[in-house]
Design a binder for this molecule. Sequence first.
Ligand code: HAM
Length: 418
Amino acid sequence: MQTIRGFRDILPENIALWQKVEKEATRLFKQFGYEEIRIPILEKTELFARSIGEVTDIVEKEMYTFADRKGDKLTLRPEATASIVRSYIQHKMYAAEPVRKFYTIGPMFRRERPQKGRYRQFYQIDAEVFGVESAYVDAELVFILNELFTALGLSDLKAHINSLGCAECRPSYQKALLDFISTKTEHLCENCLRRMDKNPLRILDCKVESCANALTDAPATLDHLCSACDDHFNTVKRALEQQNVAFTVDKSLVRGLDYYTRTAFEILTTNLGAQSAVAGGGRYDRLTEELGGPPTPAIGFAIGYDRLVEVMEALDNVPTPDVLDLFILTLGDDATHKGYIWASELNRMGLRCEVDYRGKSMKALMKRANKLNARHVLIVGEDELAKNALILRNMTTKEQTDIQVDQVVDTCLARLKP
Ligand code: HAM
């Protein structure tokens, strides 16, 4: 049996980087006042269709959707934002305290064509802030991403930012865009032609070469912002400049989900072959209301966790493997029994310690100790037990010390605890 296409195991030998990223991300979230939230993997299809948008690649082509035994239409979550908004509304969080900052980490599902950095089950590290319209929150999110990537040793990532306008200025922009697109129809793919009336903004995101070429001079949202959106975007830029966060204003950045308003951003890398995004996000000031909650400004991002780990691997930024503090090498039943008791006690007291219970020879056990990267080996054979002098061997210096049977736990703790 094999995993299904686009799904994969993350094996213990590859987990160190995943843990390093998670540790750093959760440290930062805590530091900046974000609370962890855990949301279901399965939701009603309608939630994603209404929030991400009916006429988007995700909803039209990529969701894992099925009817359950009662015929309810359910979908494996393709992202976390919609569920967090649902949760914010369902639990009436706005009533007690409208300003909330959340993070969540977990698997998402999209049936895309698998390739390096693109999977059908992939992981996101997601952050969302509710209840604040101020541009300083937009800057804070980009700042946090910058902090995280710098802490992880990734200095060559580029932040691209744009503003997509609001309900006020979007209609006049859409009109300008449609006027432009109407002159280019002969170059557009079928998908774009179909989307023209329903969702013209999506055409800007089309990856088909002829569409992309035809749209290079398309009007940009940035040139159609109302003065409130313009001020908002200027504040984001000014804050980031002052914080020395490098960014590029990218007029062509539209993002692939429909809920965005005002600031949108992506963090790009060239380390995964073609330029691709390791993180993306933006404001969605209307979504909470559209899903039945009170009007609530909100903004968030999601990091592609798999991609981030792959960029770190590409840069050889791999942590050194864990070492074992002590390997208790036991020969014979009595020794193995004692070894088991000591090892459990030492594990409990904070020492990484192992025994091999397979009854192997001295030579095989020494080999195993080396394989496990043991810093010390305690040799417990019949002779050593009879003489009440067990041998503690430092595997680096090769120095050996005798230890009495009733002193094992205390001595090992005193000498070996890191
Ligand atoms: P997104 O741009 O669709 O945004 O995804 C965010 C990140 O997830 C991408 O930049 C990419 O690194 C990663 N990603 C997406 N699809 C895949 C895949 N198939 N395989 C591996 N990695 C992938 C969102 O999901 C929004 N919910 C972000 C957001 C949060 N906006 C506001 N709040």
